[in-house]
Write a protein that binds this ligand. Structure first.
Ligand code: BGC
Length: 451
């Protein structure tokens, strides 16, 4: 059995974060309000009323965080750029202080031997754009391309590869269909235009990046979908779920078409929002790499009540994270081999842009943070990645979620995903046992495999 030390030569090790989850400083240097500032301020939206106003205070403490990454020995830091720092109201000239923050950070990362891999949109839309309909409004896709140009013009001389969107599926479902995340809309299937317009934004931004000679990626949340039983009704439900969660965001970009959503009563033009030429723009000349965020597989059964064409079933007899998510490392191999089988030569190289788990970590009296469950989780998933590589999937890198414990969206500060513990009262950072484990793994892999 291949294991993590068999990952290919040149494999790039990294960590991931996102702006709203770590930066804080929401009112500084001209940043405008984002949909998360507004949503989190509404009573009852986020556990314990937590907001991202301070979170890890990374906006001020970034030198310490860069030093932690340098000691870890990573190749890649996947961060996100906060659109409301660059364009406080979502349009118009770029805010010099916003650009300057990321400019300094990029230089510090490069000086530490780390390549920045920025995501342009990780869910913190300027509130002014939401006031005009957010991603339900086609115009937001064009605004996104303008913002992309402003950031790429400033940083593109030092940053070779860019991720346009983070998890457009989760943003559509949690933000626009169910209202669990900002902007808190509860539109159910009427949320689909938010997917199309994000994808259109991806296509337009990708063209802007390519014009500047930059590499283009997207970070999709993907899950292998398992029918609950071999009953054909469960299989049909699994096919329908797979189309919505996965294929909507990969068939469009890799094949230039949307999957069959007729199980949802949807036509190919997603109820009228798709215009001629859109899918060609979305696919463009392809991706330089596909970012995959993997957390767990999904088990799907036939619906038990009218409405959606599926119901989610429990995955039984597996360990669970503190969040209650099932831990199924081999699901990562299953997912990647499945992508390769589905897309063949059109599948670009893969980078894992997120993978990790929440653990109820505590600093012990001796100052250590033992997190054996996280080490087991990471080791298992990296072994599964090596197994996928051994089966011929072109895997180029892995960024664990996350560097720091941070603001876990609607769960506030209750879920800790970091390699580094953060005391949110004092801002003290304490590397956990998993940090030392990951550092040693990176060093060992590097020493035994020529770059
Ligand atoms: C998101 C992250 C989030 C993580 C854990 C992903 O869906 O991109 O922002 O913190 O999962 O829930």
């Amino acid at each position: 059995m291949p294991n993590r030390l068999d990952l290919p030569a040149g494999f790039r090790w990294g960590v991931s974060t996102a702006a709203y989850q770590i930066e804080g400083a929401v009112d500084e240097d001209g940043r405008g309000p984002s949909i998360w500032d507004v949503f989190a301020a509404r009573p009852g939206t986020v556990r314990d009323g937590d907001t991202g106003a301070v979170t890890c205070d990374h906006y001020h403490r970034w030198p310490e965080d860069v030093a932690l990454m340098q000691d870890l020995g990573i190749d890649t830091y996947r961060l996100s750029v906060a659109w409301p720092r660059i364009q406080p109201h979502g349009t118009g000239p770029a805010n010099p202080a916003g650009l300057a923050f990321y400019d300094r950070l990029v230089d510090a990362l490069l000086a530490a031997g780390i390549t920045p891999l920025p995501t342009l949109f990780h869910w913190d839309l300027p509130q002014a754009l939401e006031d005009d309909g957010g991603w339900l409004n086609r115009d937001t896709a064009y605004r996104f391309a303008e913002y992309t140009a402003a950031v790429a013009d400033r940083l593109g001389d030092r940053v070779p590869a860019w991720i346009t969107l983070n998890e457009p599926f989760v943003h559509m479902v949690y933000g626009y269909a169910l209202g669990i995340h900002a902007p808190g809309r509860t539109l159910m299937l009427d949320a689909l235009p938010a997917a199309h317009h994000q994808l259109l934004g991806h296509g337009l931004a990708a063209a802007v990046l390519r014009e500047r000679g930059l590499d283009v990626m997207i970070a999709n949340n993907l899950t292998p979908v398992r029918p609950a039983t071999d009953d054909p009704a469960d299989a049909a439900a699994a096919t329908a779920y797979d189309a919505l969660h996965n294929r909507l965001f990969t068939d469009s970009i890799l094949l230039g078409r949307y999957p069959d959503l007729s199980a949802y009563g949807m036509t190919e033009d997603l109820g009228g929002c798709v215009r001629p030429g859109d899918l060609a723009l979305i696919a463009g000349p392809g991706l330089d790499a596909l970012g995959v965020n993997y957390y767990n597989p999904t088990r799907i059964a036939a619906p038990t009540e009218p409405g959606l064409p599926f119901t989610e079933a429990e995955i039984e007899d597996v360990p669970r994270t503190a969040f209650g998510w099932p831990v199924v490392p081999d699901g990562l191999r299953e997912l990647l081999v499945g992508l390769r089988d589905r897309y063949g030569a059109t599948l670009p190289p893969i980078t894992i842009t997120e993978n990790g788990c929440s653990v109820a970590d505590e600093v012990h009296p001796d100052g250590t943070v033992p997190d054996p469950d996280r080490i087991t989780y990471l080791a298992g998933h990296l072994d599964a990645l090596a197994a996928a590589a051994a089966e011929g999937v072109d895997v180029r890198g892995y960024c664990t979620w996350s560097l720091l414990d941070n603001y876990e969206w609607a769960e506030g500060f209750s879920q800790r995903f970091g390699l580094v513990h953060v005391d949110f009262a004092t801002q003290k950072r304490t590397p956990k046992a998993s940090y030392g484990w990951y550092r040693d793994l990176i060093a060992t892999h590097r020493s035994q495999i020529p770059r």
